[in-house]
Write a protein that binds this ligand. Structure first.
Ligand SMILES: Cc1cc2nc3c(=O)[nH]c(=O)nc-3n(C[C@H](O)[C@H](O)[C@H](O)COP(=O)(O)O)c2cc1C
Ligand code: SF4
Length: 265
């Protein structure tokens, strides 16, 4: 049990909701009436240790919605209460893709405003499915944007196969953040390095040979090509097998554990 207070901020449900209620009302009062107020909350703390389960979260969502001060519920999972459950707040690849959609769906059934879901929604197809199924009204795709900030531009242009997927290993982004290091991204070297973004065209285009088609080699080839150089990327193997190898470097880790099993990774 996290809230052990026995004063007006504890004891019963109304007491335990008092602090949150005061915050929500204060925020609502501080912004113009056309300013959208969203509330991020877990739909399931993923532990029995804090005295709150999924049903409690639904009761809380219903209550907060009843205040009439919230325009959007932003649903995720896990909780910062323990280190173990903290991991669930940014679900790594050991969690299923779209792992918190059932939680968003449950909240959607008890509140009167739109519900957003955050939790390993990695690509447009998955996002469309979630929206079409009515699991949520909006998707977050936080790390998907960190891995590829141009994701929306590429999707709008119909270039689905050019999107660089998040692999959900977490070492670059939230893992570094927990160590008080600058947030970076394992598949997007530009993140945190604005000086590397949009490299200038080379004044003298050259022929560039990159040996090795791992992540570093592919990125070097991509950047050199974007600068206008003529790039040859050399990798062991030939034909379709080689292309599969390059693709698997990025897409296999991006899939869920179960999907990786299917492709024998
Ligand atoms: C580097 C980083 C920082 C984050 N900081 C916060 C935060 O301050 N508050 C919060 O509620 N969620 C935070 N999150 C969690 C995201 O809002 C989101 O719920 C989570 O990444 C799962 O969504 P995704 O699978 O689309 O990335 C953070 C995530 C990352 C990767
Ligand atoms: S560091 Fe890894 S988990 Fe984080 S956004 Fe980049 S690819 Fe995704």
């Amino acid at each position: 049990m996290v809230n052990r207070r026995d004063d007006v901020y504890g004891s019963d449900f109304a007491g335990r909701m008092r602090f949150g209620t005061e915050v929500v009302r204060a925020v609502r009062a501080a912004v113009p009436s056309d300013f959208l107020v969203g509330l991020r909350m877990t739909g399931d703390p993923l532990t029995d240790d804090i005295g709150l389960g999924p049903d409690d979260m639904l009761e809380i969502a219903r209550y907060l919605d009843g205040l009439g001060a919230i325009d959007l519920f932003d649903i995720s999972g896990g909780t910062g209460a323990t280190l173990e459950t903290q991991a669930g707040t940014v679900p790594p690849d050991t969690f299923d893709r779209g792992c918190y959609l059932p939680l968003a769906r449950a909240v959607k059934d008890v509140v009167s405003v739109p519900v957003l879901c955050a939790g390993r929604i990695l690509d447009a197809e998955q996002a469309e499915q979630a929206l079409a199924a009515g699991d949520c009204d909006l998707v977050a795709m936080t790390r998907a944007h960190m891995a590829d900030p141009d994701i929306v531009t590429k999707l709008t242009a119909g270039e689905l196969d050019r999107v660089r997927p998040c692999i959900a290993i977490n070492d670059g982004c939230i893992g570094r953040s927990y160590q008080r290091l600058t947030v970076k991204c394992a598949v997007n070297p530009v993140l945190g390095h604005d000086e590397l973004d949009r490299p200038e065209r080379a004044t003298t285009p050259r022929r560039v040979v990159v040996v090795g088609g791992g992540p570093a080699g592919m990125e070097a080839a991509r950047v050199a090509a974007s600068r206008g150089h003529q790039v040859s990327l050399l990798e062991a193997g030939t034909g379709p097998r080689r292309a599969d190898h390059h693709r698997a470097q990025v897409t296999a880790p991006a899939a869920s554990r179960q999907a990786r099993g299917l492709v024998g990774q």
